[in-house]
Design a protein around this ligand. Structure first.
Ligand code: NAP
Length: 471
C-alpha cells in the first residue's frame, strides 16, 4: 500500500514488508519513508492547518460523519486488515473496528462542542468596563506516532480529534501495523477531507521519528507507545505541547466479599485480550487471603480453557504476540521470575510468536515482571491481608494508568479510588475497561495529558482570551 503525503498516494523504491505475526506470511509492502518525506509532509501540513482552521465546523462534522459511514460500509475490510497485520483475533478485530467507528462519530460530535466561556473581567477592581471571553483555537500541526497493538482505533484517536479541532496532522504508524492506518486515511480522503490536512508517513521510528517530533513547525506531539520511546521524544521535542499515552502494569484488587465469578471472568479477559498487548491489560492481581485459593483455582481453570492459535477462527480466544522477538522476551521474563522463586500455575511456553496464557504466583520483587510492563499474556497473583497492603503494592511501581477493585463494600471501593495513584479506577470491572469518550491517560511514567475524544480535542487546542475595553 502507498503512504499518504499531503493527501496524495506516494510509493517509493525502498519498501518495508508487512507480515502476519501468526504465520510470518507476507501481507503487503509499505514505503520506507525518509526524513525528507517528513519535512515535505510538514510543509504541506502548514497549508493544511490553514485550510482546516478556516473550514466551517459543519463541514468538518460532515466529513467526519461521512468517514464513519464509509467505515461502516468497509467494516469487513477494516476488520480483516487489523487481524491480518496485528496480533488480534477476528473477534478482537471486529470489536476494534466498531470502537474506531465510534471514535470517529464522537469526533464528529465534539467538533461542534469546542467552546469557550465569558470572563467576568469586572471581578477585578478597575476592570469594570471590560468585557470578554475565551475560545479555543487549533494548535496547527499535530505530529502523531502510534503503536502496533490497536492499529486502527489508536490512529482514529489521533486523526478524529485533530481534524475535528481544525488541525493538520502528520502521523507515523507502527512499522509492524501500518495498513489499518493507511486504509482509514484513504477513507478520510474519500470522505472529502482536503488532502493537505493529512499525511501518513510509513517508516522506521528510529529513522524518521526525530525529524517529525523536533520540527519547530509542529505545535503538538501526540505519542502513544512505550515509556522508553516516550521519554526519548520528550527529551528532544523542544518547546511544544506533548501528549504521552504510555504503558503500565495494571493492578486489580480482589476483596474477599467480591463476586468471584465476575472477577475471574473479567480478569481473565482483561489479562489475555490481544495476547496481553494492551496498555491497560491486567498484569498484577492482588487477592485477599481468605479467597486466594478459590480465586486461583477458578482463574487457572478458565485460563486453561482458552483456545489459542489461528486468528481467523471465530472460536479462537487469543492469537500470537506481534513477533517472535517479543514472544521470546516474554518467555525470558517468565523464566527469570521462575529462577528467582516464582511458580508457574499454567502456561509458560511458546511456539513461534504464540505464548501460552500464563499465570504466576510467588513472584519476588527482584523479578522484572514484578515492576515492569510485561506487555504479553502473563498475569501474576499476590496475596494480601488488608486493603492498605494491596493499595501499597498496587502503587509501588513507576506506572499509573488504570487500577481496579472488585468488592461489594462501598467504603472499600471509595477508599481504593482515593488512594490508588492512577488515571482511572474501575470498580467491579477489570483494568481494561474503557470507552472512547472517557478521559483516558495516566500518571507517573504512564503519560502526560488525556485522550478520549473530548479530552484530546482540549489537548489539541489552545485557549485565546479576548478582552474589550468598552470605555
Ligand atoms: P514503541 O516501541 O514505543 O513504538 C511506538 C511508536 O513509536 C511506533 O510507531 C514506533 O515506530 C515509534 N518509534 C520508535 N522509536 C522512535 C523514535 N526514536 N522516535 C519517534 N518514534 C519512535 O511501542 P510499541 O511496542 O509499538 O507499543 C507498545 C507500548 O505502547 C506499550 O508500552 C503500551 O503500553 C503502549 N501503549 C499505550 C497506550 C495508551 O493509550 N496509554 C495504548 C497502546 C499502547 P516503529 O514501529 O517504526 O518502531
Amino acid at each position: 500500500m502507498e503512504m499518504i503525503l499531503g493527501g496524495k498516494l506516494i510509493d517509493k523504491a525502498e519498501k518495508i514488508e508487512v507480515k502476519n505475526p501468526y504465520d510470518g506470511s507476507l501481507i503487503d509492502y509499505v514505503p520506507r519513508g525518509t526524513t525528507e518525506d517528513i519535512t515535505r509532509a510538514i510543509t504541506i501540513a502548514e497549508k493544511g492547518a490553514e485550510i482546516n482552521r478556516n473550514l466551517p465546523v459543519h463541514e468538518r462534522v460532515k466529513i467526519l460523519r461521512t468517514v464513519a459511514e464509509i467505515m461502516e460500509d468497509k467494516f469487513e475490510d477494516l476488520t480483516k486488515t487489523i487481524y491480518l497485520e496485528s496480533s488480534k483475533t477476528i473477534r478482537e478485530a471486529r470489536k476494534e473496528t466498531a470502537r474506531a467507528i465510534n471514535t470517529i462519530s464522537l469526533s464528529a460530535e465534539e467538533a461542534s462542542r469546542i467552546k469557550g466561556e465569558t470572563i467576568p473581567f469586572d471581578s477585578m477592581p478597575g476592570s469594570e468596563k471590560r468585557s470578554g471571553f475565551y475560545y479555543r483555537f487549533p494548535v496547527g500541526i499535530i505530529a502523531a506516532i502510534t503503536p502496533f497493538n490497536d492499529p486502527l482505533n489508536l490512529v482514529a484517536h489521533k486523526l478524529g480529534p485533530a481534524i475535528a479541532s481544525g488541525n493538520a496532522i502528520v502521523l507515523k504508524p507502527a512499522t509492524e501495523t501500518p495498513l489499518s492506518a493507511l486504509l482509514l486515511s484513504k477513507i478520510f480522503l474519500e470522505a472529502g477531507l482536503p488532502g493537505e490536512i493529512l499525511s501518513i508517513i510509513t517508516g522506521y521510528g528510529s529513522e524518521i521519528g526525530e525529524a517529525l517530533v523536533t520540527d519547530e513547525r509542529v505545535g503538538m506531539v501526540s505519542f502513544t507507545g512505550g515509556v522508553e520511546t516516550g521519554r526519548e521524544i520528550s527529551k528532544i521535542a523542544g518547546l511544544k505541547k506533548l501528549g504521552m499515552e504510555l504503558g503500565s502494569n495494571s493492578p486489580v484488587i480482589v476483596m474477599k466479599d467480591a463476586d468471584l465469578e465476575k472477577a475471574v471472568s473479567s480478569c481473565v479477559s482483561g489479562a489475555f485480550w490481544a495476547a496481553g498487548q494492551n496498555c491497560i491489560g491486567v498484569q498484577r492481581i492482588l487477592i485477599q487471603e481468605e479467597i486466594y485459593e478459590e480465586f486461583k483455582e477458578k482463574f487457572v481453570d478458565k485460563t486453561k480453557s482458552y483456545k489459542i492459535g489461528c486468528k481467523a477462527d471465530d472460536l479462537t480466544d487469543m492469537g500470537p504476540m506481534i513477533n517472535e522477538k517479543e514472544a521470546s522476551r516474554v518467555i525470558e521474563w517468565i523464566e527469570e521470575a521462575e529462577r528467582l522463586g516464582a511458580r508457574i500455575l499454567t502456561g509458560g511456553r511458546r511456539e513461534g510468536a504464540l505464548v501460552e496464557p500464563t499465570v504466576l504466583e510467588a513472584v519476588p520483587s527482584s523479578a522484572k515482571i514484578d515492576k515492569k510492563e510485561i506487555f504479553g499474556p502473563v498475569v501474576s497473583f499476590y496475596k494480601f491481608k488488608k486493603l492498605d497492603d494491596a493499595i501499597a503494592k498496587a502503587n509501588d511501581v513507576d506506572y499509573g494508568l488504570h487500577a481496579a477493585i472488585f468488592t461489594n463494600d462501598l467504603n472499600a471501593a471509595f477508599y481504593a479510588v482515593r488512594n490508588l495513584n492512577v488515571g482511572g479506577v474501575m470498580v467491579n470491572d477489570s483494568t481494561d475497561y474503557r470507552i472512547d469518550s472517557m478521559p483516558f491517560g495516566g500518571v507517573k511514567q504512564s503519560g502526560l495529558g488525556r485522550e478520549g475524544v473530548r479530552f484530546a480535542v482540549e489537548e489539541m487546542t489552545e485557549i485565546k482570551v479576548v478582552c474589550f475595553n468598552l470605555d
